[in-house]
Design a protein around this ligand. Sequence first.
Ligand code: FES
Length: 166
Amino acid sequence: MHHAESLYEINDDLTPELMGRVDEVIQRYANRAGALIPVLTECQKIVGYVPVELQEYVAKGLNIPGSTVYGVVTFYSFFSMVPKGRYIIKVCMGTACYVKGIGEVLNRICSEFNMDVGETTEDRRFSLEAVRCLGACGLAPVVVINEDTHGDVSADKIMNILDQYT
Ligand code: FES
């Protein structure tokens, strides 16, 4: 089992500063029933994802088995064991968007940033997801970036749009 300070040597996303905040969260929830999911949620907010080293640390802090933590992290798609980008690009693969050419938009993003659906750019700027109808078919083709909905996109327009997310 690792101490907070030495985790940084194993995974340099787990800086002492961030682990200090993780400690606060664990202390706040320790001995409370149903603590695991809220603790993991806050840990993911702090670190950006929940790597195995962090799972072990939380398990120790809450006095529960590491396998329980691992089970929760892998069960809920909300938790990620790999780093995510600062901006999540959701490309709508619904019928209306498909008909209006979302495929070209998706191809442009993939080739421009050298990533596939489900991946994250190396600089952790973008993560790319393909999603079902976003309920904005009137705006097709649609791409959502974090909270922003962009309609009527094209392979050319999407690059200008993404330029705004630095
Ligand atoms: S199909 Fe894309 S928003 Fe409905």
